[in-house]
Ligand binder design. Structure first.
Ligand SMILES: C[S@@+](CC[C@H](N)C(=O)[O-])C[C@H]1O[C@@H](n2cnc3c(N)ncnc32)[C@H](O)[C@@H]1O
Length: 255
């Protein structure tokens, strides 16, 4: 697959730039904190879990400090997974293992109670590959197990961009290495594979409304620079979430 080379190169650079840091693949640390908190809320102690596309493992480690899991993490980036293997495991409650592997070549059959991603399926740059990735994760789940997709979706991006347009801000476009998902197609496809859609969590909606609409408007008016990790922006991350103003969201399914 031609695009794989491009994606691997992107993450090689990410590995060189951000090493073991939680900023790896997510510069915005409010988003990162909310991602971890919301994944943790969906996990239970003593479950056998698979994380697909774990990157440098920094978020996997933080999750493992809160929940006692038997967690297997895979990623196809040689550089990121070798960093993940170097993450200090101090303070983790259960077990965590990191392996180099491609989601499209996974061969797990009904082994895990939970399979989850944090922005990995969007790196599969065709809908056919995205479907294959979803199928591989579904195969890895035991009957009754949960699939947690923390991914980026077009519907949230559209609402965010509509609101930005209303106040004269330009449109946000997905990065070259991402193909955002169509929520309805994902739900329909997973239903065919025997997974029922349980819920959607738009946990970043209020934060994105504040940080990607209100804040940039103020910054532009005052001719300042965008700083998502500023004290001002952090405030929005503490608001209860409402609406659908973020492309990043969580969908939960049950097998
Ligand atoms: C946006 S990053 C997120 C990484 C990590 N979940 C985090 O939150 O920092 C997406 C990850 O998916 C991995 N990835 C992309 N395509 C993959 C594939 N086909 N198989 C396994 N991992 C893949 C990338 O190497 C990258 O680490």
């Amino acid at each position: 697959m031609e695009y794989k080379k491009l994606i691997k190169e992107h993450y090689k650079q990410e590995a060189e730039k951000n090493l073991l840091s939680l900023a790896s693949t997510m510069a915005d640390q409010n988003t990162r904190r909310l991602e971890i908190e919301n994944i943790v809320d969906l996990l239970e102690d003593d479950k056998k879990c698979l994380e697909v596309g774990c990157g440098n493992g920094s978020a996997s480690i933080e999750i493992s400090k809160v929940k006692k899991l038997d967690l297997t993490c895979i990623d196809f980036s040689t550089e990121l997974i070798s960093l993940a293997k170097k993450q200090p495991k101090t303070g983790i409650k259960g077990k965590i293992d990191f392996y180099e592997g491609d989601i499209l070549e996974l061969n797990y059959k009904e082994i895990f109670d939970v399979v989850f991603t944090e922005r990995c399926i969007i790196n599969l740059l065709t809908w056919d590959d995205q479907k294959k990735g979803l199928e591989k994760m579904s195969d890895a789940l035991k009957s009754g197990g949960s699939l947690i997709l923390l991914e980026a979706f077009n519907d949230g991006l559209e609402e965010l961009n509509n609101a930005r347009k209303d106040i004269g801000l330009d449109q946000i476009k997905p990065a070259y290495h991402n193909l955002y998902l169509n929520k309805d197609l994902v739900i329909e496809y997973l239903k065919e594979k025997g997974l029922n859609f349980i819920k959607e969590n738009n946990f970043l909606s209020s934060y994105f409304f504040g940080s990607r609409i209100v804040y940039p408007a103020l910054v532009l008016a005052n001719k300042q620079e965008i700083k998502y990790n500023s004290a001002f922006v952090k405030y929005f991350s503490f608001l209860p979430s409402f609406g659908n103003y973020s492309h990043i969201k969580i969908l939960v399914f049950k097998k």
